[in-house]
Design a protein around this ligand. Structure first.
Ligand code: V47
Length: 365
């Protein structure tokens, strides 16, 4: 049925590989980025998406908590961080974390996503305490917390290796790791935009160690700044290699860079086409990832609807309060109600299914 779809297209041979379930290589990835035939790329990605997940569109009832905005990494792409003396600087106490959880106790939230800046004044104990604080108020919630960057800081504070720290964090309530902090696995981009933070090799080494200890994670790519296509293809292939090795990644999330209020403010924002292309190329290159997430907060609910036909099968969730890229115009925190999320998916022509962190289906409608 699909065989003739791309006849005559510059991408017809890639389509053949996709139809036969063959793995794409570096050159294929470069050609996908070079092509302006978004329809062809999206069509191929949708074939893989439907092969893996049919018409299902997963969502989770979640809440984000960013426990501090104080950070000593000064990444040029970040609009979130503050210096300790800034009036906007904050660090939530474990009690304040509990207050945030209590605020939404009336909603059947199943996952709390907790990440923040690197505040060197926080001792190891704090990271254990806030996990326990969340579980005390919502014992059954799944806690997805601490990027690889935070884990490096937690190990530094604990003066212990990851292999010792992770079991203690898990004991305190940590259930999985989010995908943040990966940015782009390129030494050039690392030097230019985030030299104080771990590089790609270090991020991957920590993900490998976490997966081996039985802690799954997500993976991200931050695009739309100074990165080059070959750096993105390389990033995807390195994620794919690690997934072959550990099978520990749940999903891949391309994150659109928002230049507002960052050191890169002059850069043009990504377009809707850019967003759909990143989703689709991620779906095509990462043949061993079961799920691709369209994070609606960053790419908009409308583009996320289209993304469900360009390779994405997951739309994240209700979110409640997202501080990292607060709405630049209204400065409001972003959230969607459960019914808005369902309507969004249904209007897009997909079947909404509520999932837990491991993509087990909780409810279907
Ligand atoms: O690592 C920072 C990015 C990430 C900006 O695992 C920015 O399910 C855009 O990783 N514009 C954190 N992006 C968010 C993240 C995430 C989000 C949703 C779901 C999951 C998951 C993970 O946000 C950072 C960085 O790459 N970021 N500043 C900015 N100005």
């Amino acid at each position: 049925m699909f065989a003739s779809l791309l006849r005559g297209s510059e991408l017809a041979d890639i389509q053949e590989k996709v139809l036969e379930g063959r793995r794409l290589g570096f050159e294929d990835g470069m050609r996908l980025y070079a092509s302006s035939d978004l329809t062809a790329i999206g069509t191929m990605a949708n074939i893989v998406r439907e092969r893996k997940n049919g018409s299902l569109a997963y969502y989770v009832r979640n809440q984000h908590i960013n426990y501090t905005n104080i950070c000593n990494k000064f990444c040029k792409f970040c609009s979130f961080y503050s210096l300790p003396r800034d009036p906007s600087a904050y660090t939530l106490t474990p009690e304040q974390v509990q207050d945030r959880v209590r605020e939404y106790l009336h909603l059947p939230i199943t996952e709390i996503h907790m990440v923040a800046g690197i505040n060197p004044r926080l001792p190891y104990r704090y990271y254990l305490d806030i996990l326990r604080a969340v579980k005390e108020v919502r014992p059954d919630v799944h806690i997805k917390a601490y990027t690889m960057v935070e884990l490096a800081e937690i190990c530094r504070q604990a003066k212990k290796p990851l292999e010792e720290v992770l079991p203690q964090l898990m004991e305190a309530g940590l259930d999985s790791l989010p995908g943040g902090g990966a940015e782009v696995f390129s030494d050039r981009v690392h030097r230019e935009l985030f030299p104080l933070k771990q590089n790609g090799d270090e991020w991957l080494a920590m993900a490998r160690a976490a997966h081996r200890l039985g802690l799954p994670s997500n993976a991200t790519l931050l695009y739309g700044h100074i990165e080059e296509p070959e750096e993105k293809v390389d990033h995807l292939l390195r994620l794919r290699d690690l997934q072959d090795e550990t099978g520990g990644f749940h999903c891949y999330i391309p994150l659109e860079f928002h230049p507002e209020k960052t050191d890169l403010e002059g850069l043009p924002a990504a377009t809707g086409d850019d967003n759909l292309k990143e989703i689709a190329i991620g779906r095509l290159m990462l043949d061993n990832f079961d799920h691709i997430k369209a994070f609606w907060v960053m790419i908009s609910p409308q583009i996320s609807q289209a993304a469900l036909w360009y390779g994405a099968d997951d739309i994240d969730g209700t979110v409640m309060e997202y501080e990292i890229t607060r709405d630049a115009v209204t400065d409001t925190r972003q959230s969607l109600t459960h019914s808005q999320l369902m309507d969004l998916i249904r209007e897009a022509g997909r079947e909404p299914v509520e999932r837990d962190n491991r993509y087990r289906i909780l409810s279907r409608s």
